[in-house]
Design a protein around this ligand. Structure first.
Ligand SMILES: [Zn+2]
Ligand SMILES: [Zn+2]
Ligand SMILES: [Zn+2]
Ligand SMILES: [Zn+2]
Ligand SMILES: [Zn+2]
Ligand SMILES: [Zn+2]
Length: 469
């Protein structure tokens, strides 16, 4: 059975129809039950009712909860606006997880992915974290008229509960964003997110079911050139404009950002190899071997454009890639997949070989025994090693450190990167100064607003957690 699509961000925020996702030229009405989501028509609402009903009841039940339960929702809120990001994160996270707990109690089960996403991206006041629902509950308690969140007129993706709070929020919203790039403000980044969502909807309409735009240049560079001080824009923009055929009148932003989301794995591998090695001998090897740890679907998609690694390393003849992870299909015995190369590479006898194995990395290495050869790089993309234990990462950390394997871990955001760096250090790794925890210059620049927060973005490979050898 095809899994139901998680509604795009504007729909999850009540800014687009929750059924057909239409936003522009739609006269949206709020669901009168939960007042949390919107529909463009009674048809859409009718079709969606069976799916929405449990969550609609659960959300409206929150407002009818007993006073003690309601008090826990109010407890963490302050009426004074603040721009202290830590305080704001703590308030919204506490409130968001409380709401989820309340809903799950009424649902009598765990919320599914779509329901969790609905709770996670509920609009909140940027400087006091109030939601429309909280304001209704406060007004009911005080016998006053409830206020309503108003969106930023420029980005329509951030909110405040009153003009006074908008005044308090302006400097933060319009100042440079620490999760952004090129000195863009939080508001500017929101506008990029908006453009990216629109771009993705067009891609899906054009029969790309994942909405993912897979693109890589088809040229081979004549020599390896350093990636230090370069950017997505400088490396890809012109080439992409001419090969994709984007008219000169349109900014390349949405195309570059969409391509970066997939090319980030290949480019991060090249960047960290350059940083981890003292000279450029690695660029002249006959065979370059990369092991991807904790690999899953995203890594398989990312590896489609790994020929870019060959194209930037003209002296390398063979690129060997191991995709190793418990979520990989197949068994513990590695399966070899010879990959296609472009006509130029094929004529030159250059090869790409993929090996897939469904296992943890330390178990794989152990099973290989004396056959095992240390690769040029072990890399785990967005491993979430600090968030979950299912991959038994500690045993992998120990193996990498004990055998002095060249290794790098990436993360979705600053918090995860810092937590992972601490784990790597406690496993005995001495972290390379340039490789984390720090923003990844070759992380995806297609960002996503953080759930249960009023500020900040995450991205695929957005951060380097740590690198060592
Ligand atoms: Zn609709
Ligand atoms: Zn509803
Ligand atoms: Zn507020
Ligand atoms: Zn804005
Ligand atoms: Zn090629
Ligand atoms: Zn593969």
């Amino acid at each position: 059975m095809q899994q139901e699509r998680i509604p795009p961000l504007p729909a999850r925020m009540g800014l687009a129809c929750y059924k057909c996702f239409k936003e522009e030229n739609a006269s949206l009405s709020r669901c009168t039950g939960c007042r949390r989501i919107s529909y463009c028509s009674s048809e859409c609402q009718k079709i969606d009712w069976k799916a929405h009903k449990p969550m609609c009841k659960a959300l409206s039940a929150v407002e009818k909860s007993n006073p003690l339960a309601v008090a826990t929702l109010f407890f963490s809120l302050s009426s004074e606006p603040t721009t202290d990001l830590n305080a704001l994160h703590n308030m919204s996270e506490a409130h968001g997880s409380n709401i989820l707990r309340f809903c799950e109690r009424s649902l009598g089960r765990q919320a599914n992915m779509i329901e969790r996403n609905l709770v996670g991206w509920e609009p909140r006041c940027m400087v006091c974290t109030r939601t429309d629902q909280i304001m209704r509950m406060e007004a009911a308690k005080n016998g006053t008229e409830p206020g309503r969140l108003t969106p930023c007129p420029r980005c329509d993706l951030s909110f405040c509960c009153s003009p006074a709070h908008w005044q308090a929020a302006r400097a933060l919203h319009d100042g440079p964003c620490e999760d952004g790039h090129d000195g863009l403000s939080h508001c500017d980044m929101n506008r990029e997110v908006r453009a990216d969502i629109k771009f993705e909807e067009v891609m899906i309409a054009e029969q790309h079911p994942s909405g993912q735009f897979v693109w890589a240049p088809e040229r081979t560079n004549s020599a390896w050139t350093s990636l230090t001080g370069t950017s997505w824009e400088s490396e890809f923009s012109d080439e992409m404009r001419s090969t994709v055929g984007v008219p000169a009148s349109l900014p390349m932003g949405p195309w570059i950002r969409a391509a970066s989301d997939n090319l980030t794995m290949a480019m991060t591998i090249l960047y960290v190899l350059e940083q981890l090695n003292d000279d450029d001998a690695w660029t002249k090897k006959h065979t370059l071997t990369i092991h991807i740890l904790g690999a899953a679907t995203r890594e398989i998609t990312g590896s489609v454009v790994f020929e870019e690694i060959l194209h930037r390393l003209p002296q390398v003849k063979t690129l060997k890639l191991l995709l190793c992870g418990l979520e990989m299909a197949g068994g513990r015995v590695p399966r070899v997949f010879p990959m296609d190369t472009c006509p130029v590479c094929t004529a030159q006898g250059r090869k790409r070989v993929h090996e897939h194995v469904s296992d943890t990395y330390h178990a794989y290495v152990q099973a290989q025994g004396t056959k095992f050869e240390t690769p040029d790089l072990c890399i785990a993309f967005n491993s979430g090693a600090s968030q979950e234990s299912t991959h038994s990462w500690p045993a992998t950390f120990k193996l990498l450190v004990d055998r002095k394997m060249p290794s790098v871990f990436t993360a979705f955001n600053r918090e995860e990167a810092k937590a992972e760096a601490a784990l790597l250090r406690s496993a005995g790794a001495t972290l390379h100064a340039a490789l984390g925890p720090t923003k990844n210059p070759w992380g995806s620049i297609k960002v996503i607003p953080e759930p249960n927060k009023v500020y900040g973005f995450y991205a695929v490979n957005g951060w380097l957690a740590g690198g060592f050898r």
